[in-house]
Design a binder for this molecule. Structure first.
Ligand SMILES: [Zn+2]
Length: 396
């Protein structure tokens, strides 16, 4: 803790001293086509300062229903928050913006925390009584401030933290490239969402670098460590984290066999089943892995969105299903027994900007409420697992 604090202060000084908060892409990236470097406004999204203010406000006006804590710090010393609501014995962990250019989820999550904390309707009271909801909006705040995917961290900083990695090749998810949007060359970082390991006590070993996307990550970033620690605390307290929801964005797609633009995609499958030959390497997790619950949770979200009627809210597709991504939070936590749901909202912020912001925010809220209500009422366990496979695929 003490060490983190020190890093936090140094980080803060560094940020101010070098003016790193100015949009780095506009000043240091040369592009052949000037149109390429025009950046859509992101002023409608939430900054880290605004997150801090909003969470404080929500806590203060929630009559004690919402408790906000600092769960940890980003590599540059920004607070990573968790907001806890409810006192039920079913646990739901929801996070947003592990990729800092995927911002709608944070807006939706703040609305959800506020509503469940404040509203005294029977439905909201039931959520508070039946569930313990832990919301972690904006878990990668350094990336948020740069409107980019990766965090802000050098391989040298990793080696400083884990001296056993001296002389080892950097992990495969270390970004050092430059393009029209980002300059990772002068300001490198990691894809935090490939830094998870289903062994939640894993300690980095030189033999596990640089690895690849179908191998587990290492918990080398403070952001993944913070999320992992929150997850483990919940396991200690409740046994299992029943549900894990991760809010992301994707490119722009249409629903398979149609011209309908996808509003968002869902998924509950991130690794091959541990009981199959492809999933052999995950055999030790076979007893707790619960893909049926993941599928039921996805169906709950899908059904809630379909109930919005014939509208963009109905244009929901299933994300590709043949994934093997144990280094994602979803992959690692699903192997630990959580029912897992991925939201992939249309459009990356750096190119899509804040188009349809209200509609997309509402769609995410609707899907998440579908999950929360179905878990609070136990209806999720009655849903037909096979309905999951009827969700139309994304056309790619
Ligand atoms: Zn993402």
């Amino acid at each position: 803790m003490k060490r983190r604090r020190k890093i936090a202060l140094l980080g803060g000084a560094f940020i101010l001293g070098t003016g790193i908060l100015t949009p780095i892409v506009d000043s240091s990236v040369v592009s052949a086509d000037p149109l390429d470097i025009r950046k859509p406004s992101i002023s409608g999204f939430i900054s880290h300062d605004e997150l801090t203010r909003t969470l404080n406000q929500i806590e203060q006006t929630s009559n004690g229903n919402v408790v906000v804590d600092v769960a940890g710090y980003s590599n540059h010393g920004r607070e990573i928050y968790k907001a806890t609501i409810g006192s039920g014995d079913k646990v739901v962990l929801i996070q947003s913006e592990i990729h800092g250019n995927e911002k709608v989820g944070t807006k939706a999550l703040l609305n959800i925390i506020k509503e469940i904390g404040k509203n005294n309707s029977p439905e909201m009271r039931q959520l508070r009584e039946e569930l313990t909801i832990v919301a972690m909006p904006m878990v990668n705040p350094d990336a948020t401030e740069l409107n980019r995917r990766g965090n802000e961290m050098t391989w040298e900083e990793v080696v400083e933290q884990f001296p056993q990695l001296e002389g080892v090749a950097p992990s495969w998810n270390y970004y050092t490239y430059i393009n029209q949007y980002w300059d990772y060359k002068s300001n490198p970082g990691f894809d935090v969402n490939r830094d998870f390991n289903p062994d939640l006590d894993y300690v980095p070993q030189p033999k596990d670098f640089p690895n690849n996307s179908s191998a587990p990550g290492w918990f080398i970033t403070p952001e993944s460590q913070t999320i992992r620690d929150v997850y483990k605390d919940l396991q200690d307290q409740f046994g299992t984290v029943d549900v894990f929801v991760d809010l992301h964005h994707q490119g722009e797609y249409v629903i398979d066999g149609t011209d309908d633009p996808v509003t968002l995609s869902l998924s509950g499958v991130f690794v091959p089943h541990p009981s199959t030959s492809e999933g052999e390497k995950y055999r030790e997790y076979a007893d707790v892995y619960n893909v049926d619950l993941s599928k039921q949770l996805n169906v709950a979200a899908y059904d809630a969105l379909q109930q919005m009627g014939n509208s963009p809210f109905g244009n929901i597709s299933l994300y590709p299903q043949d994934l093997d991504l144990p280094g994602t939070a979803l992959g690692s936590f699903a192997l630990n027994g959580s029912g897992a749901v991925l939201f992939e909202i249309t459009g990356q912020t750096q190119s899509y900007g804040q188009k349809k912001l209200g509609q997309l925010t509402k769609a995410v809220e609707t899907g998440v409420y579908g999950i929360l209500n179905s878990v609070a009422t136990d209806e999720v366990y009655e849903l037909d697992v096979e309905d999951y496979d009827d969700i139309p695929l994304t056309d790619r």
